[in-house]
Design a protein around this ligand. Structure first.
Ligand SMILES: [Zn+2]
Length: 312
């Protein structure tokens, strides 16, 4: 048995997995990151002990605890060097868990783990060169080169979301202007629509938002297909920038496979194929030859499985 844990800014996911990667149990809890590192650490310890006891297991039944976490994670020593999202610096998460449980523990960046999990379990480790692009609140990337995760010299590589696509574009949370994330991150897209509504815009999107009083990317895409006037330009921009970002990735890495995941992908129907058309149009012939673009298949479990089974 293994336990995989995915620490996000709002929720922590816990999965109990058998050796084939089948999830026997999955739950999400609030991160409550404002309480700080020690409190989150305690929550993780309590949750793992609880999962074991509910399933009639002891710590000896566990082969590994794998943790996925946003930010700069030093794989070698399991320290979270910096997580802007959680506001942690130099958090020794691996050692803290390993000394408590006496079980092998590894800590990996969440998007690296998610890309690895999808590669290993959804695509059977077959493609050699893979780039994972996860469009959630922000945009994260994971890179597998010759079947190995590429982490960079300081474990900060793969920040695909902060590729600058237009130096005059929207301001990004990283402080730069015109990052891929600022164009295609869910939080940013939704904010642009809310700004429109706050300026008094009423269109098809306004009607859709009445369903639950919220703006979701799924509603934005729906409004686009319904012909909403203001959403048309806004969504076309998302498609175009996503397509161009993916084209650049394909030209740089010449991958066998691009895996697209995250809420902006799972919440929309046509976005991935619209972006693919652009890639097919713009990417260099040699770079796109034989390349496939696929949806991530594991949902909340991709990073959990990746961290639990990562073997390099
Ligand atoms: Zn950025």
């Amino acid at each position: 048995m293994r336990i995989g844990i995915d620490i996000g800014g709002t929720k922590i996911g816990f999965g109990l997995l058998d050796e084939e990667g089948k999830a026997l149990f999955f739950e999400k809890k609030e991160t409550e990151k404002e309480k700080g590192y020690e409190s989150v650490l305690q929550k993780i310890k309590d949750s793992v002990l609880n999962i074991l006891s509910v399933h009639g297991l002891t710590i000896r039944d566990l082969k590994r605890i794998g943790v996925a976490c946003a930010g700069q994670v030093v794989r070698a020593d399991g320290v979270i060097r910096f997580s802007p999202n959680l506001k942690w610096r130099d958090a020794p998460l691996r050692d803290d868990l390993e000394s408590f449980f006496s079980v092998e523990t590894i800590v990996e960046n969440d998007v690296n783990a998610a890309t690895y999990g999808e590669w290993k379990f959804s695509f059977m480790k077959i493609p050699k060169n893979v780039v994972g692009v996860f469009l959630g609140t922000g945009v994260g990337g994971g890179i597998i080169i010759d079947k190995r995760l590429y982490r960079g010299s300081e474990f900060s590589g793969g920040e695909i979301g902060h590729m600058i696509l237009n130096p005059y574009g929207y301001i990004c949370n990283c402080g730069a202007r015109g990052c891929f994330e600022a164009f295609c991150g869910g939080e940013y897209i939704v904010k642009r629509v809310i700004d429109l509504i706050n300026e008094g815009y009423r269109g098809k999107i306004w009607g859709l938002a009445q369903r639950d009083g919220k703006i979701h990317v799924s509603y934005i895409e729906e409004a686009y297909y319904l012909g909403d006037e203001a959403i048309k330009g806004l969504w076309e921009e998302v498609i175009e920038y996503l397509g161009c970002a993916l084209t650049s990735i394909v030209n740089i890495f010449n991958p066998d496979l691009l895996i697209l995941g995250g809420g902006v992908i799972s919440g929309t129907k046509g976005l991935i194929r619209e972006a693919e058309k652009i890639v097919q149009n713009k990417a260099m012939p040699g770079s796109k030859k034989g390349m496939k673009i696929e949806r991530a298949k594991l949902g909340d479990l991709s990073a959990i499985l990746g961290a639990a089974f990562l073997d390099d």
